[in-house]
Write a protein that binds this ligand. Structure first.
Ligand SMILES: NC(=O)c1ccc[n+]([C@@H]2O[C@H](COP(=O)([O-])OP(=O)(O)OC[C@H]3O[C@@H](n4cnc5c(N)ncnc54)[C@H](O)[C@@H]3O)[C@@H](O)[C@H]2O)c1
Length: 313
């Protein structure tokens, strides 16, 4: 299949590109290598053509005409909750207007299937746990709102223009290539700081627990989504909550360095406990998280260890 991955130079999108290439698909990437976020040219393998442009621009149409994708996998986004609250206009421009531009080109060309990436941030504070596809969504950040709006646009494009969709709602994704300098992505931030011997900041009391899922597992779900039943929503997570304090302890053991902790208050909008029930993904997508937390953290530490070594030499 010819698959266009938007945001394919980013943390998660680049792993999806690798997985599609490994499965024998032809892949192209649209990414503007945004200054904020994880987009890096070196994340895109040479077998995938990188169109360096903005999903909001008219030039996107030229990519659709030249590459003629059959599937569009939409990972490009303003992906930071903090930035979404500091600059909600930017967040809406990229996550809503950018998506509309992508969908418009999908329905005007021969695209059969759009895979839209959503987030646990669409739920806000949960009423009941674990969260599943039918749990109420009450976003508590501008980012959560725009990600949820994207789900509605994707469904309406199916109902109005016949474009098949799959919506993948991710829990907290971690692993190699995550931006360690960002505001979120606690595993990447802690790992990098421990490797360079700098203190880590723990907000609240560190007992807030989230569902951490390894990026390789997420990439595999994107491959399965090509073949399995369309026009479905899937919650993708490990199903296991882990606290920030536990991440600190486990990473300290793997890295072998105990760095000091600085304390900070609870971040606005942070929730105490959040985790998915991935049963629907198991039954209908044939997917479940296979990477255990310990090994996933080891892989992440090994990756960042190499990055730190390369930048030192
Ligand atoms: N990281 C997580 O835990 C997580 C959880 C839930 C959902 N998601 C979603 O997964 C997707 C990927 O997130 P990520 O963590 O890999 O972030 P990322 O910042 O590494 O990736 C986003 C990519 O989109 C690109 N991009 C941003 N604005 C663009 C624009 N206007 N035009 C073209 N490209 C643009 C960036 O350059 C980057 O490569 C996003 O849609 C995000 O909302 C991520």
């Amino acid at each position: 299949m010819r698959i266009l991955v938007t945001g394919g130079a980013g943390f998660i999108g680049s792993h999806v590109v690798d997985a599609y290439l490994a499965a024998g698909h032809e892949v192209a990437v649209v990414d503007n290598l945004s200054l904020v976020g994880g987009g890096r040219r070196e994340h895109v393998p040479p077998q995938a053509h990188l169109y360096e442009l903005d999903i909001r621009g008219e030039a996107l149409g030229e990519v659709f005409a030249a590459f003629r994708p059959q599937v569009v996998n939409h990972h490009a986004a303003q992906a930071s909750v903090k930035i979404s609250m500091d600059d909600p206009t930017l967040d809406a421009q990229v996550n809503v207007l950018g998506l509309i531009n992508v969908l418009r080109h999908c329905s005007q060309s021969q695209v059969q299937h759009c895979i839209y990436i959503s987030s646990a941030a669409t739920y806000g504070t949960p009423q009941d746990l674990p969260l599943d596809e039918r749990s109420p969504q009450n976003p508590e950040s501008a980012y959560g709102i725009t990600k949820l709006a994207g789900e509605f646009y994707t469904r309406v494009w199916h109902d109005s223009f016949g474009l098949d969709y799959t919506i993948l709602r991710y829990a907290n994704v971690y692993g190699p290539r995550q931006d360690p300098m960002g505001e979120a992505g606690v595993v990447a931030i802690f790992t990098h700081r421990m490797l360079v011997g700098e203190p880590v900041r723990i907000d609240w009391d560190g007992e807030q627990r989230k569902d951490y899922v390894y990026v390789g597992d997420i990439a595999r779900a994107n491959v399965l989504a090509l073949e399995r039943e369309k026009n479905q929503v899937y919650c993708l997570g490990s199903g296991q909550p882990t606290s920030v304090n536990e991440l600190y302890e486990r990473l300290t053991e793997i890295v072998g360095v105990r760095v000091p902790i600085t304390r900070a208050p609870k971040r606005p909008g942070d929730v105490r406990l959040h985790y998915f029930n991935p049963a629907k993904a198991r039954e209908m997508l044939g997917w479940q998280a296979e990477m255990g937390l310990e090994r996933g953290l080891e892989e992440t530490v090994a990756y960042f260890g190499q990055v730190v070594q390369t930048t030192r030499t």
